[in-house]
Write a protein that binds this ligand. Structure first.
Ligand code: KG4
Ligand code: ZN
Length: 338
């Protein structure tokens, strides 16, 4: 089954063609991502109206490019999968309307999928992929959640962030330190030469959240703010030390929770996905802690971790294979919970 996947939920216009054999594994034939980073950079964050307008301008050329790279036309496809939510409503509407129009015009089956399901199943496009069940840690700019993937389509939420997403915390701290947007990768790079023990930042796990596998990063963010207010914006080695100490606090909280959840739910495998999964310390600490607990760790390539159309095609493929079809009245659902 060849599926076109469309993703426009935030600041990436993405289209991909994926070939799924049995719904359990997929192969990427083409994967095109246009990032709006330069549109939003000067504002220090995503501006929803600018995002919608840029999606409108880019979506058709991005789809054309993906089909061209895959060497196929709409008529060669077996279905279309589009992100219906969660995300920015105006941005989502662009993808949903284009998906519906293409499906109608080419008489292809259409399915609307949850963006988080895309992140959860992106690993099925990877060289190394587990079979369900597995524990998934989704860490991106908009989400920080733990799920048990029982089977494809059956996801049990174990915990979420109570405030900021991990990527959001990285970006806000980076902004505070005068680093460009999005700041996660910049903090990661600076942290490499820093001392993670230089500043003892809080791990952001309140007593209330301890039982439920929830996360909290706002206390940590405030601690960084207080530190900067007291000592000024650091430079040189002090900047590297602050980045390393902040990063350590985030990665410690994430991996500790995830490993505990996997152990408690007796899951043999863990997958980390979403943009923050590209973080070098998170990858290292996860390897260390999963290794110590005999949990098989799967870290999809960074390209599959950040927002892309291939993960949406993969999430749609198993639904299309089961005969699921979008209602002709389908619209965007910006607050859709998985
Ligand atoms: O999954 P993604 O591309 O988009 C969302 O769905 O949000 O994730 C983007 C987030 C941003 O917050 C970015 O700063 C963060 O992922 N990120 C990183 C790294 N690379 C990207 N955070 C920490 N370390 C990195 N190396
Ligand atoms: Zn995402």
């Amino acid at each position: 089954m060849r599926v076109l996947g469309l993703e426009t939920s935030c600041d990436e216009t993405a289209a991909a063609v994926v070939e799924a054999s049995d719904g359990l594994r997929g192969r990427v034939l083409a994967d095109v991502v246009h990032t709006q980073q330069d549109v939003h950079e000067k504002w220090g964050g995503v501006v929803p109206e600018l995002a919608s307008r840029d999606h409108l301008q880019r979506v058709l050329p991005v789809i054309d490019e993906a089909l061209g790279k895959a060497g196929c036309e709409l008529g060669d496809l077996d279905g279309i999968s589009v992100t219906r939510g969660p995300g920015l409503v105006g941005a989502l509407l662009v993808g949903v309307q284009v998906g519906k129009s293409l499906a109608l015009a080419s008489r292809l089956p259409l399915v609307g999928v949850n963006h988080i399901e895309g992140h959860l199943l992106a690993v099925l496009l990877s060289e190394q992929a587990p079979s369900p069940p597995w524990l998934a840690l989704v860490v991106s700019g908009g989400h920080t959640s733990l799920y048990v993937v029982r089977s494809l389509g059956e996801y049990e939420p174990l915990g979420h962030t109570l405030d900021d997403a991990a990527g959001e915390a990285f970006d806000k701290v980076a902004k505070l330190l005068g680093l460009p947007y999005p700041g996660g990768a910049h903090v990661d790079r600076l942290a490499r030469t820093g001392n993670p023990q230089a500043i003892d930042f809080p791990r952001g796990l309140s007593r209330r959240s301890r039982a439920a596998f929830d996360f909290s990063f706002s206390g940590l963010k405030t601690a960084v703010l207080m530190h900067v207010r007291e000592h000024g914006v650091p430079r040189g080695q002090a900047l590297a030390d602050l980045c390393a100490s902040f990063q350590e606090a985030v990665c410690d909280a994430l991996t500790q929770r995830a490993v505990r959840a996997a152990r408690q739910a007796r899951l043999p495998a863990m997958v980390i996905c979403g943009g923050v999964a590209a973080n070098s310390r998170l990858r290292e600490l996860a390897r260390e802690r999963c290794g110590a607990e005999d949990i098989a760790l799967y870290l999809p390539e960074p390209r599959l971790c950040t927002d892309n159309g291939a993960m949406i095609a993969m999430a749609g493929a198993h639904r299309l294979l089961r005969g699921e079809r979008a209602d002709p009245a389908m619209s965007a659902d910006p607050g859709w919970r998985l």
